[in-house]
Design a protein around this ligand. Structure first.
Ligand code: X8Z
Ligand code: ZN
Length: 624
């Protein structure tokens, strides 16, 4: 089944139980009848119910998996129709079981059964109400928005640009005017999504209420083995810890960009115009490394160039990624992976290019879907996606409701953890680099890493801060874009390069909003991956600086990872965290330790600079 985009549906080919669904049709009964039933149900009934639910959901999910693969890799009205039906069917089934799960709330059940019943209630991110028409409408809305995003393009008088073209321009161009045009151009994709999004939220909110949640925000924040309030407090606490690092980086990058582009382009507000950071959403800044690199400590190699010079093609990049995992002791990917994955953007049809990893049958039909470009960013993304696939395979012996990661941050962290080991010494081992660079270059390496990892943190946090506000009703539809830019300013210290208004719907220009993929998972992952990296390095007896440690070829590290991955979602996430790191909590000290040498350099470099930014009120008309 498709994972990590529209739905999160694990599945398994379980045995068929001879229990009639009729047995569990509680909602139609009167409350007196229900009460007598509640008294009557036993833990054996609960067990049979869960097995039945797992088996039926598994069958439906496999169908969704195939249909969704088609609708993402061949966007047309037929594939959308079929996929819509499959989502509708799955949604209704899942909601039915989620409601019935409440029948067993009062029973004293073993922890595994109790956990499965809980997971049944929070399986869907956007649950439909128990109504066929609304379930169909909800499925169609999601598919419509995802296909609008997938087929989005921007055309000026000269030519049309795909998102991949625009991604490359954002990365490489240093022409502020052109960057602004492209930044604005891509955002034409989303105003037509605004009403659809509002409707989608409305329907799914009703669905969440039927399942007993106050709103979708509570549902989304309930998936972390703690209360929604505790979860919000935890992510805020982590953010507070890493904020000084982000603020130091933002200050340095702003100063260097101002030197390069001048005062007209980079204003005095302290914020950075969002089109100058090398990325369409200003979420990672590695592409402006050349403008902000630490003088005297520059990296002598450029991974983009090394990849091009090596002659490695896109498939070769994936093979190299696979080799990292097999060096840790993981089994090679199945032949079907190579036959069924989408590595390149097809020339003849529209597809959703945003990278994703799939396990279509939740056994071993593993695939990635990408439109790979031969560059370092996509090389890293390949490792990210393969991390999903190897995780999916590691827990495929779990039962359906536990075929997931410990929490969604773990899934996102796995491949990134591996990619933290793509150190210069690893590149030498691969034959991409001739010799290991001297230690003086470490600051350059750390700067490049920070531009991708530290710069991401506030973005990773704010996307769902925005959605939580929307879902709870705190942010009204007429303020969707204003609320978005308030968060962008406050957390990232960036500003829109041209005036924005409620005629725009800028959140919709980021894949995960139309694609309905929760985003706090990436914030967690960016903290966790350093925790995982540090634990694995310590475990293998490594004693040097963390940024020079590579787990490549280390079976012990592989076994540690496996021990966490095979658990799937069967245990509360602190147990899985403990299996790998010995710690039971998120711990930002690992990312702080990793970047300590860079932080020291930044603090010195920023002396005399005016750091920080004002969260001014001219949010929507700011033209910097
Ligand atoms: O969406 C992704 C992955 C697929 S799960 C490519 N990421 C986030 C993004 O691109 O916005 C990875 C990092 C953040
Ligand atoms: Zn991912």
């Amino acid at each position: 089944m498709k994972k990590w985009t529209l739905l999160t549906l694990p599945l398994i080919l379980g045995g068929c139980l001879n229990v009639s669904v009729e047995t569990f049709e509680a909602p139609q009964q009167s409350s007196a009848q229900q009460l007598s039933r509640i008294k009557a149900v036993t833990s054996a009934d609960a067990r049979a119910f869960v097995e039945q639910a797992e088996q039926e959901l598994e069958t439906a999910a496999e169908y969704v998996g195939h249909a969704a693969w088609l609708s993402s890799t061949y966007i047309n009205s037929d594939s959308q129709f079929v996929s819509g039906k499959a989502f509708q069917e799955y949604s209704l089934l899942s909601v039915k079981f989620a409601k019935q799960a409440a029948l067993y709330d009062h029973l004293d059940l073993d922890s595994t059964l109790r956990r499965k019943l809980q997971r049944l209630k929070m399986e869907l991110s956007f649950p439909a109400p128990d109504d066929k028409a609304l379930a169909g409408e909800l499925a169609d809305l999601g598919l419509q928005m995802e296909s609008m995003y997938g087929s989005g393009e921007y055309c000026n008088d000269d030519r049309c640009f795909s998102l991949e073209d625009m991604t490359q321009i954002m990365a490489e161009s240093r022409d502020a005017g052109f960057l602004q045009e492209i930044w604005q151009g891509w955002r034409q994709v989303s105003p037509p999504m605004r009403d659809l999004y509002q409707r989608q939220v409305q329907i799914a909110t009703d669905g969440a209420r039927e399942l007993g949640y106050d709103n979708l925000s509570d549902l989304w924040r309930s998936k972390y083995d703690m209360t929604p309030q505790e979860f919000s407090a935890d992510v805020d606490a982590q953010w507070d810890k890493v904020k000084p690092l982000y603020e130091a980086l933002q200050c340095h990058v702003r100063a260097e960009l101002k030197d390069h582009y001048g005062n007209d382009v980079v204003p005095d507000s302290g914020k950075i115009p969002a089109h100058l950071l090398g990325n369409m959403w200003a979420q990672t800044w590695g592409n402006v490394y050349d403008l902000v690199k630490p003088e005297g400590h520059e990296q002598s190699y450029d991974l983009d160039q090394l990849i091009l010079d090596s002659g490695m093609d896109e498939m070769g990049m994936v093979r190299t990624g696979e080799k990292f995992f097999t060096s840790l002791g993981f089994e090679p990917l199945p032949q079907s992976f190579w036959e069924r994955s989408q590595f390149l953007k097809p020339r003849d049809r529209e597809v959703v290019c945003h990278a994703s990893a799939w396990n279509v049958d939740n056994v071993d039909d593993l695939r990635i879907k990408m439109c790979i470009q031969k560059n370092a960013e996509d090389f890293q993304t390949i490792h990210h996606e393969l991390g999903h696939n190897f995780y999916q395979r590691a827990y495929n012996k779990q039962s359906y409701l536990f075929k997931a990661s410990a929490n969604d941050g773990f899934h996102e962290a796995l491949g990134d953890t591996v990619a933290l080991s793509m150190t210069p010494s690893y590149l030498v081992e691969l034959g991409l680099l001739e010799q290991e660079p001297p230690v003086e270059e470490d600051l350059g390496y750390l700067m490049k890493m920070a531009l991708n990892k530290i710069a991401f943190l506030p973005f990773g946090l704010l996307v769902d801060k925005w959605r939580w506000q929307v879902f709870s009703g705190e942010l009204k539809p007429e303020d969707y874009n204003k609320g978005w830019w308030q968060l962008r300013q406050r957390y990232q210290g960036i500003s829109a390069p041209v005036a924005r208004s409620e005629a725009d719907f800028d959140p919709g220009a980021k894949y995960h909003i139309p694609g309905n993929t929760p985003y706090a998972r990436y914030f967690l992952a960016f903290i966790q991956q350093f925790q995982f990296h540090r634990a694995l390095c310590e475990d293998m007896g490594y004693e040097g600086p963390l940024h020079r440690c590579s787990i490549y070829n280390n079976r012990q590290a592989g076994e540690k990872l496996q021990s966490m991955m095979t658990l799937g979602a069967s245990q509360p996430w602190p147990d899985a965290m403990e299996a790998l790191t010995g710690q039971r909590q998120l711990d930002a000290t690992a990312i702080i330790d990793y970047f300590a040498p860079l932080m020291a350099w930044l603090e010195e470099k920023n002396q005399g600079r005016q750091c920080g930014w004002s969260a001014d009120s001219k949010l929507m008309a700011e033209s910097s």
